[in-house]
Design a binder for this molecule. Structure first.
Ligand code: DQA
Length: 140
């Protein structure tokens, strides 16, 4: 079963980006780990990252067209992108929103996600484990 893990802007810099908030694991290491764990759950996981909103919207359309479940970290887009929210609203399979940090304990502008209303569920503040937990749910 195919699953897409889609990471938004600045997440390609995991490992060097504010490690006190996002940890020291790189995006490549995260991707390798999720592919491995996903395979254990019987999932064929593909991990993608982009800093370009148009590219992310295209991937969400692809997921909708082929009914592919998604684990999405919309990163900063969470807080303001109605275009990403509209793309998520078109989903035809489960979509779990993941945030590495607990957005509710951080700056006020991070407390609200415009995506969450259209997601199956949301995981925040559990670090990179959030991605694995989302995959476990999608495999169940
Ligand atoms: C994030 C939280 C967002 O507020 C931030 O813009 C990110 C990452 C997280 O994973 O904790 O880029 O989505």
């Amino acid at each position: 079963r195919a699953v897409l893990v889609l990471n938004g802007p600045n997440l390609g810099r995991l490992g060097k980006r504010e490690p006190e908030t996002y940890g020291s694991t790189t995006h490549d290491d995260l991707a390798a780990q999720l592919i491995k764990v996903g395979a254990e759950f019987g999932l064929d996981v593909e991990v993608r990252q982009t800093d370009a909103e148009a590219e992310m919207i295209g991937w969400l359309h692809e997921a909708a067209d082929y009914s592919i479940p998604v684990v999405l970290n919309p990163a900063a887009w969470s807080h303001y992108s109605i275009a990403i929210a509209d793309a998520v609203a078109q989903r035809t399979a489960d979509l779990i929103e993941v945030h590495i940090s607990n957005i509710h304990t951080r700056e006020e502008f991070r407390h609200h996600s415009v995506i969450s209303a259209y997601a199956t569920g949301v995981i925040a503040g559990l670090g990179l484990d959030g991605y694995e937990l989302a995959l476990r749910k999608l495999a169940a």
